[in-house]
Each structure stands twice: as C-alpha cells, then as structure tokens.
Design a binder for this molecule. Structure first.
Ligand SMILES: NC(=O)c1ccc[n+]([C@@H]2O[C@H](COP(=O)([O-])OP(=O)(O)OC[C@H]3O[C@@H](n4cnc5c(N)ncnc54)[C@H](O)[C@@H]3O)[C@@H](O)[C@H]2O)c1
Length: 397
C-alpha cells in the first residue's frame, strides 16, 4: 500500500462523528488537520489525532500536508468549501446532499475539473454494501434487467435536535435535501441512473417544524423502468422493524426507546436551545459520546428490486434474491471497517485514477431528482429531468 490519504476535515459536527469510526479504522486514511468554529471540537481533534487545527477552511486547504478535504459543513456551505479546496489543488470528499441548487453543483463540478482534482459526494447510503451488492447482482444479469424498485423508510428524522436552517426548506432544510439525497441515490443506482421524470407529493405536517417531513414520488427511468420512493420522518412507526431492528447506522436497536427523541426535544425551550443541544452531542461537545463500530452494515430502509426473472432485497446482514433457483440469501461479512466503501472509492480515485461512481455529475443528477420532488409537489405536475447519467460499474472489494 502506498502512503495513506492525508485528510483535512472541514466541519467537526454530526456527519464527522458518523464518519469517525471509518477514519479511525481504515489504514488507507490519516486524519492530519481540521477546522470548526467550535473551539472544543478543534481541541479534541488535536488531542486525539495530533491534528493541526486551522482558523478556517481556506487555511485548512492551504495546509501542504492536506491531500483530501472532507467537507462536512452544513449543505449551504459545500459549494464554497469545494471551491476553496479545488483552488488549492485538493481533492474533495463532500457530505450529501452535494449542495442546495444545481448552479452550486455545476460550479463544484467545474472547479474540480479545472483543478484536475477528484470530487466525490459521500457518504450517501448508496455506498452501503447491501446496495452495491444488489447492483452487482443486477450487473451480473442472472435475474435480467431491472423493471421496478420500491424504497420506503420511516424514521424520527424531524424530531432529532436541529439547527434552525435544517427546518427551513429554502436553506436546504427538511427531508428532501437530507434524506431523499440518500434514497434517490440508492434508487438511481439500482435503476441505472437515468431518470426521466418525477411526479411527487410532499408533507409538512407539523407547524412547529415547518419543513417537509415526508414525501412520496414516482420516478420514471429510461427503458420503461420505474421506482416509487416513500419516506416519513415523523417518528411514529419505525422502519427499522423491517430490517430486523438494525438501525440506519448498523447498530441493533431497542424498539421501545424509539419515541424518546420527541420527549427530549419537547423539553428544549426554543430554537437556540435546540441548536445548542445538537452541537453539544457533536465532537468535543459536553454530551459527545464516541460512536462504536457497528456489527451490521448501514442501510436506508426497505428496498425491493424487481427484475425480469426475479426480485432482490438488500438488507443490513444479507442480500436475498428470489428467482427460478429459489430464495438465495448471500450473507454479508460483518463490516471490519464501517463505511469502508467510501474509502474504497476515494482511494481508487485518488491513488489509482479510477473514475468514481459518486462523482460530481452523478450527485448533481441525484440533487436534480430531489429538487424535482419539491417542484412536482408545488406545481402538481410531472417534472422532466435533464441532467441524468448512468453509474460507473460497481467495484466490490
Ligand atoms: N452521511 C450521513 O450519514 C450524514 C449524517 C449527518 C449529516 N450529514 C451531512 O453533513 C453535513 C453537516 O451536517 P451535520 O448534521 O453534521 O451538521 P452539524 O451542525 O452537526 O455539523 C456541522 C459542523 O460544521 C461546523 N461549521 C459551521 N460552519 C463552518 C465553517 N465555516 N467552517 C468549518 N466548520 C463549520 C459547525 O460548527 C459544526 O460542528 C450536511 O450536509 C448533512 O446533510 C450526512
């Protein structure tokens, strides 16, 4: 193995804490620097990793040791932080969603192209092994072409502590930007990427949290393929029941603790207290608890892929196919490194020059579908899509 990829982190918040078990465990990456306006986060990063702490993202990007900037700042900042990384000649791994509008996404693609740097958008749950494996089964062709995909997930997304802009759709708030970004990425991967149009409805049912908490969409793809996606973040039914009580992050889940988030939220007096509660749980914060490595793969709810000669159901412990040969369950090995698929793709792109699946063009197309869900719900019309691309073939380690 050549030298590990030297990572500088912009934004030491929730997304970073979820990526931290990966960054700790994968020998192909080394965390060398970071920046965050919260001094307690920088102090802990310096203590734990001996990382250099910079005053801002521009200084992080200028650090000669930093090779890849992991952009884990709020969505509305992604475009500017990728611009800074590319201007400094640094590769960028950017949290989903790529940005909050297509002009920002295009600027990010252009900046990386001009700088000859890699731009990878992730983690999104379409990196998770169950979906990559399902896509690989499709590519193998035994079950024939994909005809239809159904994806559904029910979570408590809306009742976790949020920053005010996370509850304001105009600033990228709500489940379309944060959660459809995962679900659409998965469905596009399984259906071959090239969506043609979207017809959708959205729900914003809680006046105290006035952004979309739910949606349902019918997505048409080329060759007559279609998909339905359904999501509710209103925290009543728990979609992890259909994943054997394995949560989104791959940890076993207590079904009876599910609604406690709502009760904790109700005890917070106002938006500032809620934002503080979120920050306190983040890296270096007073309520920060380091995440343990999960025993199962991460997932994003119940997904069924219908092909010409059978169906495929990816799950956190196995991918099951149903066809003429009967029911075949392919167990997934426990993840030695959680989310290692993100590092597989980053490593292959930066060290081996392999075109990444989740590049800028791919992720711009996912955001286009997300924005079309909002537009279709607003106008009551089917929305045509113009920026769709096919995925690169899946490379399984
Ligand atoms: N892939 C996943 O599973 C996942 C999970 C959560 C969040 N996310 C994504 O990660 C991004 C961040 O969301 P979050 O929930 O972590 O938010 P957060 O508020 O928990 O964290 C954001 C962090 O960025 C810091 N920050 C703010 N401005 C900054 C700046 N100018 N420079 C450097 N740091 C700055 C904040 O202090 C905070 O620590 C979003 O785009 C979100 O969609 C992805």
């Amino acid at each position: 193995m050549s030298d590990p990829l030297r990572i500088g982190v912009a934004g030491l918040g929730r997304a970073f804490t979820l990526m931290l078990p990966t960054l700790r465990a994968d020998p192909r990456v080394k965390l060398v620097a970071g920046t965050d306006p919260r001094p307690e986060a920088g102090a802990l990063l310096a203590r734990e990793f001996g990382a250099r702490i910079h005053a801002d993202v521009a200084a992080l990007c200028a650090d000669p040791e930093v090779e890849v900037v992991y952009v884990a700042t709020p969505h509305q900042m992604h475009a500017e932080h990728v611009r800074l990384a590319a201007a400094a000649g640094k590769h960028a791994l950017v949290e989903k969603p790529m940005a909050i509008n297509l002009a920002q996404c295009q600027a990010m693609v252009d900046a990386a192209r001009a700088a000859h740097t890699q731009l990878i958008i992730g983690h999104s749950h379409s990196f998770d092994l169950p979906y990559l494996k399902a896509r690989a089964i499709v590519e193998r062709g035994r079950l024939g072409a994909v005809r239809m995909v159904n994806a559904q997930y029910y979570t408590d997304f809306l009742y976790r502590p949020r920053r005010p802009e996370e509850l304001d759709t105009a600033q990228g708030g709500g489940v379309i930007f944060s959660q459809a970004a995962h679900q659409i990425d998965i469905v596009r991967l399984l259906c071959g990427g090239r969506a043609v149009s979207v017809r959708a409805q959205t729900g914003a049912w809680d006046p105290a949290r006035p952004t979309e908490g739910a949606y349902a969409a019918l997505i048409s793809f080329t060759d007559g393929v279609f998909a339905t996606v359904v999501y509710s973040g209103y925290g009543a039914y728990d979609g992890d029941e259909l994943a054997g009580w394995v949560g989104e992050s791959g940890h076993p889940k207590n079904p009876d603790a599910y609604t406690s988030g709502r009760a904790k939220l109700a005890a917070l007096s106002d938006a500032a207290a809620e934002a503080q509660a979120k920050a306190a749980r983040n890296f270096g914060g007073a309520a920060y608890v380091p995440g343990a490595a999960p025993p199962h793969h991460q997932h994003f709810g119940h997904v069924v892929v219908c092909c010409e000669r059978g169906d495929i159901r990816p799950g956190p412990a196995a991918v099951v196919s149903y066809g003429a040969a009967g029911r075949i369950s392919e167990a997934l090995p426990a993840p030695a490194v959680p989310r290692r698929e993100v590092i597989d793709e980053l490593w292959a792109a930066v060290r081996e020059g392999v075109a990444p699946l989740h590049d800028g063009a791919w992720s711009l197309a996912t955001l286009e579908v997300c924005l079309a869900i909002l537009e279709s719900a607003r106008t009551g019309r089917e929305v045509p899509l113009h920026h769709q691309v096919a995925p690169q073939p899946v490379r399984l380690a």
